[in-house]
Design a protein around this ligand. Sequence first.
Ligand SMILES: [Zn+2]
Length: 273
Amino acid sequence: MFDLLNDCPGLAPWLEQTAELSGYLWDKGWAERNAGNLSIDVTDIITEQSACAADPLCRDLSFAYPQLAGRYFIVTGTGHRFRDLAHDAPHHACVLHLSDDGRVFHLVWGGEDDPDFRPTSEFPAHLRVHEFLRQRSAAERVVLHTHPTELIALTHLPEYQNEAALNRALWGAHPEVKVTVPRGVGLVPYTAPGTEALALATVAALRRDHPAAVWAMHGIVAVAREVMEAFDLVDTLNKAAQIILLRRGAGVASPGLNDAQLAELVRLFHLKD
Ligand SMILES: [Zn+2]
């Protein structure tokens, strides 16, 4: 294994942001036990090449991802806790390299002291999302999955189990939501974790020009150019969910901002909704 951090100095800031984000997710209560995962496409930062066949940690993927062949990703480990990653990235995250046919990967950094280290169990969803981003030549390279408590709670309520109603409620909670997420979020009906079906449903939601897909009764996947941009997106959405639930708890039945107030935001901030 070559000295990746030494050879690719551009990688360190991404790993530092990964650790910083991990601490925030734990502090927010969105990363219980080993919940949540993160991947970052760092292909343009890696300047060294390494041979897959030479690495004993070369592993098969369940599916082939030919459009991601040869790409490098920072990925959090399955079974690893964000609260540990916050101060020890080399043991709880890795940089991995997909083979030239997109069927296997091997570690080029991290996963230290664990011969069985594997990327997150939601890696299939991450790879499908990265595949989608590359198809679009998108600037987004960060894919974050976490469990924002109040946003999940909202998806348990029957009236928010459709995308339009969920977005209308989130926009109505606070003007920041319409300004930050003018096209709203995608809503993925409950689908078992770690499955290809969930991965494909997530991509379908993002394809509708949403920066995030809410997984009903589970969590959210957000895509962004920067690590903290992904965190801020989830934070804004979850704040809105908190407000909606507080309002309901106070016995107030209101949509919050009305249609005219939302239209005013579109006009003032030149939003594309
Ligand atoms: Zn999850």
